[in-house]
Unconditional design. Sequence first.
Length: 84
Amino acid sequence: MAKVAFTVDNGLVPGHTDADLGHSTAQFRDVHLSRDAHIDADVNVGGDVVVASGGDVTVGGTSVGGGSGGVDAATSIAYSIALG
């Protein structure tokens, strides 16, 4: 299949609530966002989660990053266990 670039001029709006972006056999490689991502379901991560320096990490309404861009090892392990 040939690679073809595409543009979205007026936003990307699904026509119904069960629209997917990508497919399990045809996944996007990278996602670059410059604003917030609001996710109303589970987030499954198959790799590392990296928070840039100065970024905040909030879990369940509790700030665990303190603006330092990360958490200590014990907190990281605890959250990894709790989140599966």
